[in-house]
Design a protein around this ligand. Structure first.
Ligand code: PMV
Length: 305
């Protein structure tokens, strides 16, 4: 086999952001925007990269380097990517491209890596490049669907979700995850008890949300989203733009809404009934957001050809 194409999905955090960095659980869903990575064995002295639209090549190059080191491979490769999502939305393009590259190389060199091995190596690479991160995004790209996830993959469990109707609004501002996580880390050091209390409340919300998802209890799920967002606001990680988009989505009939991810920018999500989807989407647009049409609960890393 000299050529393979493997794809991995983007993600959205449904519950538990920030607290997950401190060992608490979260719930993440994979979305149906994917990045394809093609890997080909080539002759020559250097690996070759053709990755239009990938802003930061270091995740791909770092993955090739690290995987070859671990598996003692000297063969040169050409990597090409194409993606169906913008890197600006915070849908996890870096983790998706890392996972898809590990998957592609595993296939190309017949390494027979399990999904857990793909996750472990991808998370290690992402952490070495980003410095911070719970790994929820890598888990989502590998396993797909909707996951109950605890820091560093201590627990990765699939949650059976029947349907999840969301409106997703991009705030127009790229979130700086690393800086936001570090800032909260400083505040955590100064104010540990108060912040820990909020994380514990978030963890309780995550447990309830897991049950609500399993039982298709969307009213409860909406309320839990609102409670989670309130706590994120209190942690100081939201923004005026996100708050306005969320408030307007609720006014337009969403059952619940919250920021998704690090905060400061990127996306908000609103839980909506099918009938309210149009109205809520319009409200989010009017509040300055770009509505992104993605479906949750997508498949994880997979071989395309
Ligand atoms: O900004 P995103 O979508 O990568 O989400 C970050 C979520 C945090 O919990 C703040 C950090 C993490 O790695 O879990």
């Amino acid at each position: 086999m000299n050529r393979v194409v493997v794809s991995a999905p983007g993600k959205l955090l449904l519950f538990g952001e920030h607290a997950v960095v401190y060992g608490y659980p979260s719930i993440v869903t994979a979305v149906d925007r994917r990045i394809n990575v093609e890997a080909v064995k080539i002759e020559g002295k250097l690996d070759h990269y053709n990755c239009p639209g990938v802003k930061d090549l270091s995740f791909i190059q770092g993955t090739v380097k690290q995987l070859k080191k671990v598996y003692k491979i000297s063969q040169k490769v050409a990597i090409a990517t194409n993606s169906s999502f913008s890197q600006n939305y915070g849908l996890g393009s870096s983790s998706a491209v890392t996972v898809a590259t590990v998957g592609a190389l595993s296939q190309l060199f017949k390494l027979k890596m399990s999904k857990r091995e793909i996750f472990d190596l991808s998370y290690k690479i992402i952490l070495s490049l980003q410095g911070v991160g719970s790994g929820f995004d890598a888990a989502s790209a590998v396993f797909g669907k909707t996951l109950y996830y605890v820091y560093a993959g201590k627990v990765i469990e699939s949650i059976k979700v029947k349907s999840l109707s969301l409106v997703i609004g991009y705030s127009g501002i790229k979130a700086d995850t690393k800086t936001i996580v570090k800032k909260l880390g400083q505040r955590y050091k100064q104010n540990r008890i108060e912040i820990e209390e909020k994380f514990i409340k978030i963890a309780k919300i995550v447990e309830k949300a897991r049950k609500a998802l399993i039982n298709n209890n969307y009213n409860e799920l909406g309320l839990l989203m609102n409670q989670n967002h309130k706590l994120l606001k209190e942690l100081g990680v939201s923004s005026d733009r996100l708050d306005t988009m969320i408030e307007d989505a609720l006014k337009a009939g969403a059952s619940g809404a919250k920021l998704s991810g690090a905060g400061g920018g990127d996306c908000m999500i609103a839980l909506v009934s099918e009938e309210k989807k149009k109205l809520v989407s319009e409200a989010v647009s009017k509040a300055g957001g770009t509505v992104i049409k993605v479906n949750p609960n997508a498949q994880g890393v997979r071989i395309e050809s």
